[in-house]
Design a protein. Sequence first.
Length: 288
Amino acid sequence: MKTQPTLKHLMLCTLLLLSFSSFSFSGITISKDSTRAWIVQLSSSLPAGSDTTLSKWIRDGLNESILKGTFDTTSNKQKLYTDLNNALSIYHRKVIIRNFDFPGLANGSYQPNGFSQGTQFANFKVKLPSGSFDPDFAVSYAPDVMSFVNNTASLEQLPEGTKLYRVCNDGWDQFTGGYWTRTKPTSISEVIGGTAVQPEWNSFKNIVEYTVPAGGIWVWRGLAAAQKLSNNLNIGQPYLAGGGEQILIPLVYRRLKKADGSFDFRAINPAMQSRIVVLPANELPWKR
């Protein structure tokens, strides 16, 4: 005698089917979510909500296989998760797990920009048309000098109305930072590769536009030197080739002086701040 399947039988069959990694129905293969399986297992030893966060990173573009492999091989999963969670952008997260599939990277090994402090700082102390050199325009910070190809830049005057652009993190200290370009970037490759901006320095969240005031300003103009992909992780292969034009605005325009003549790095110059606008998000090509 043939018996009709009960609800209990049907539920048992369903469970058996789901216990396999995949099964076919009418010629269609249905697979289990293997991503979810390893994330659920991993997240049991991580902070609450980490399963959702890990899944989002993969949707955002992190390579799942590389991400899983990095967690599998690290001796400190908590620290790795924290580092990834604190990363400034998807590009920064990719650097942390060595997921090198984003624009702006150059094949080969990074070669340091040669530097000799005694002679190279002289390149950043040229006379103004008045015949003298104002020390406010001096560049005395070695990394600033080294950020230019051959440690060399020219002091030039930008006329009133010139537009400059800067890709940066949030906050007025960032909006009034030193490095700018005369053209608005049209791709993330121009920022990471052309001006050699390490992802661990920059969230790439904003483009700000500065309009040069009446009377113009003096700036240092040159080509961006190559950089490692990461200083913190000492990654020099691949690397950031640079070669794009960059503008360094002297501190005298960006910060206020203290009584002793030195600059207060926390005091934004309101004259510059008043001429900066944050462009809308749709002006960032990598966010469209």
